[in-house]
Write a protein that binds this ligand. Sequence first.
Ligand code: PLP
Length: 437
Amino acid sequence: MSDDAVNEPEYDWQGYGFATRQVHAGEIAEAGSGARIQPIAMTAGYRFDSFDDAAGRFAGEADGLIYSRQRNPSGAVAERRIASLEGGTESIVVSSGQAALTAALFALASHGERIVSTASIYSGTRVLFGRSFARMGVSVDYVWNEFDDDEWERMITPTTKAIFTETIPNPKNDIVDIAHVARIAQRHGIPLVVDNTIATPYLVRPFEHGAAVVVHSSTKFLSGHGAALSGTIVDGGTFDWAASPRSYPLLTAPSPLGGLSFVDRYGPTAYARAAREAVVNDIGPALSPFNAFLLHQGTETLSLRMEAHLTNSVAIANWLAGHPKVESVDFAGLPDSGRAALAESLYGGRTGSVFAVTVRGGQAGARRFLNRLRVFSHMTNIGDTRSMALHPATTTHASFDPALKERLGISPGLVRLSVGVEDVGDLIADLDHALAF
Ligand SMILES: Cc1ncc(COP(=O)(O)O)c(C=O)c1O
């Protein structure tokens, strides 16, 4: 190579480290201006090169975008970046985490079919399953003790088409042994769909433990700024849809255009293609290009933010556990949590930054505590840079009947914390002041 040779910039980030990929993966060369940051592609549609090109794109035979309900260049940066971080083959970004969950599961289960889910999941997902999924004829059965294989066997029926769980559920921080659930799913030829919102691929990559599909509320840690909603679906690319004893006709049935099924045509990206083209494109929860830009900007700092979230959380969970006004702390990384061994092996004891504290005095205690906080924001959301607190029993879980609340451990004194990246001394001082009621 001569001395004045100029290398092309890197665009294929396979094989690079996590922190490198979170900054770069998914970018493409910006031929027009050379803008270093991918310009926001504010467009609903795309000009076709010719009559034949239009038909070719619609038939899936020619490259090129069709319409932003399916795909947009700003969303594509985030999609490639998150697929790279999770170790999947392809991902799809949509307008919210709820939209991602809905599309991910509707690609698998139809009217009259069932999903088995662990019982401790995000309250909004439980409401989604119990209301909108039920109205669409998809039923959800809950496993309460996910360590109990017999309970799984009782819940899985011939019409069960997906198993769903979360890596770090909130607010109870009752972490799940993903590899164990994946083994049960594999035994039945059922895809495991994992919500990895709170752990993020920085802490755990569910595909490495046997998951088939990963979903995110990327509103949360992947964005990190709390400025915009988004959701992401990632295809692991290894589930054998055609070999499963269950049927996945959306993926395996011949397409009306050209005859080939998604599996025949796309192999390891068949699920993502089907979810994008045959679910998201039908229902329409497209992510705005501006919000997609905010998502991939946020993802650039994921590992840095996660380190700060985790260090602060371990310190705060331990501090709260020793406070006289605190009844209990639900943080799996604490030595007496009941899940400490799993917490250690999966997360080195750092089980995310969303957990619960139960203050003495029941609801009256929680009320005083929340009203006295000044640095923690009293609000519903988790996973951005600021610390946040909420009383689930009267907000997110208010519509749950008392018996269900009790079974889920949502007691009157329980407060959910999402620990941010502020100075830990300031956070502890705020909690200390709020507990001095
Ligand atoms: C674990 C989890 N999954 C999904 C969602 C839904 O995401 P969104 O609010 O982006 O629709 C949330 C929201 O809090 C969540 O915490």
